[in-house]
Design a binder for this molecule. Structure first.
Ligand SMILES: Cc1ncc(COP(=O)(O)O)c(C=O)c1O
Length: 400
């Protein structure tokens, strides 16, 4: 059947009809274990009763007014987010790319206020920041940029997890005003930097009066075992962007600012019709409350550890495994061969996974995943990886 939806996605041939917790059911009532959570969105799992209740209750009262009026639930959400993050204030929008757009605008205005007419932001290789023109220009992936040139200028690229390269870039470009990085690269292949990477970036930003901007769109909301990943480092960035799991599926993004970054935007500098509307904010408030009440953030690390230990045990003799790595429930299994076909194999077997950077199996299960589901995930995935690598032609390691 022809679809009238623009073909911007390579979609798998499955349509989900309903979900509950870590489970999804398709139109034929086949059940799937969701180890991807809509790419780190449904952290509380599907059809969470607290989110459901919040949305229903709010929709009976009011869905939308406008940001030309005060919005009580938006102010409550900003209070909760600043309390939990240590940041000072929040701009609300509707997606991750929009949150990063706000961050980029903040950095540029910060530069102009310092007398820099052509402000530039350091970004990294393999980063992903979104699909709008500015955010795809910031993204470190040529495939995403191809065909959309001219790119937005004002981004200077350095390798990820390379402080020397950032230091060199700062030395070469006097117009640098900010550094924008993900605390762990998600799309880039679950790349976990050195433990002190963010501390070193913080120190460089302090030394050179730059904004430290963290894209926590994938790492945020408890996924790495802290509410925000920078909280592992005991630092505070100047800007932090959120989206994805903030609304557990209700679209909402946020750009948080602290210190000098918190007073850059003034009335008229930025805006969004839908940003921070009562419906989205009430969903996000329910998400924050549930994360705390159910102690979910603390469970992310032991659950991620259980997945990795289980896989490492079952795959210990598989020579195609390069590395199994994780922080909280951000898990990457790197193979030495392209393995995108595992996604379809898993689907057939009732398991939802993702492969990124061709060779990295990415797992982003909901934080509510339980022990039995973890066992099923580990056993099914290990079995599929073994099946997949068994049918590869033998490695010709004796080739001259
Ligand atoms: C780290 C990061 N930043 C930004 C985005 C873009 O978010 P959105 O698709 O909501 O615009 C994503 C989405 O995958 C992401 O993972």
């Amino acid at each position: 059947m022809t679809s009238h939806v623009m073909p911007t996605y390579g979609r798998l041939a499955v349509t989900f009809d309903r979900g509950e917790g870590a489970w999804l059911w398709d139109e034929n009532n086949k059940r799937y274990l969701d180890a991807l959570s809509g790419i780190a969105v449904c952290g509380l799992g599907h059809a969470h009763p607290a989110v459901h209740r919040a949305i229903c209750k709010q929709s009976e009262k009011l869905l939308h007014t406008s940001n030309i009026y005060r919005i009580a639930v938006q102010e409550q959400l900003a209070d909760r987010l600043t309390e939990k993050s240590g940041m000072a204030n929040v701009f609300f929008c509707n997606s991750g790319a929009e949150a990063n757009e706000a961050a980029i605008k903040l950095a540029r205005k910060f530069g102009h206020e310092r007398g820099i007419d052509n402000p530039a932001i350091i970004v990294t290789d393999k980063s992903f920041h979104g699909r709008t023109l500015a955010t795809l220009s910031a993204t470190g992936n040529a495939k995403i940029q191809k065909g959309f040139e001219p790119l937005v200028e004002g981004f200077i690229r350095a390798p990820y997890n390379d402080i020397a390269a950032i230091t060199a870039a700062i030395g070469q470009h006097p117009n640098i005003v900010a550094i924008l990085v993900e605390p762990i690269q998600g799309e880039g292949g679950i790349n976990i930097p050195a433990d002190d990477y963010l501390n070193q970036i913080r120190a460089l930003c302090d030394k050179h009066n730059l904004l430290m901007m963290l894209d926590e769109i994938q790492t945020g909301m408890g996924r790495t075992g802290k509410f925000l990943a920078y909280q592992h480092n005991g630092i505070l960035p100047d800007v932090c962007t959120l989206a994805k799991a903030l609304g557990n599926g209700v679209p909402i993004g946020a750009c948080l600012a602290s210190g000098k970054a918190a007073s850059i935007f003034t009335a008229g500098n930025h805006g969004s019709t839908f940003g921070g509307n009562p419906l989205a904010c009430s969903a996000a408030l329910a998400v924050l409350e549930t994360l705390d009440q159910d102690n979910l953030i603390a469970s992310a690390e032991p659950k991620g550890q259980a997945i990795c230990t289980g896989l490492a045990e079952l795959l210990q003799n598989n020579c195609h495994i390069v590395e199994i790595r994780h922080k909280g429930l951000m898990v990457g299994i790197e193979l030495d061969v392209p393995c995108a076909e595992l996604v379809q194999m898993a689907l057939v077997n009732g398991l939802l996974i993702n492969v990124t950077q061709e060779k990295v199996i990415r797992l982003l299960p909901p934080l509510i995943i339980d022990d039995l589901q973890i066992k099923l995930l580990v056993e099914t995935l290990a079995m599929l990886i073994a099946q997949f690598t068994d049918q590869l032609s033998p490695v010709s390691d004796h080739a001259a």
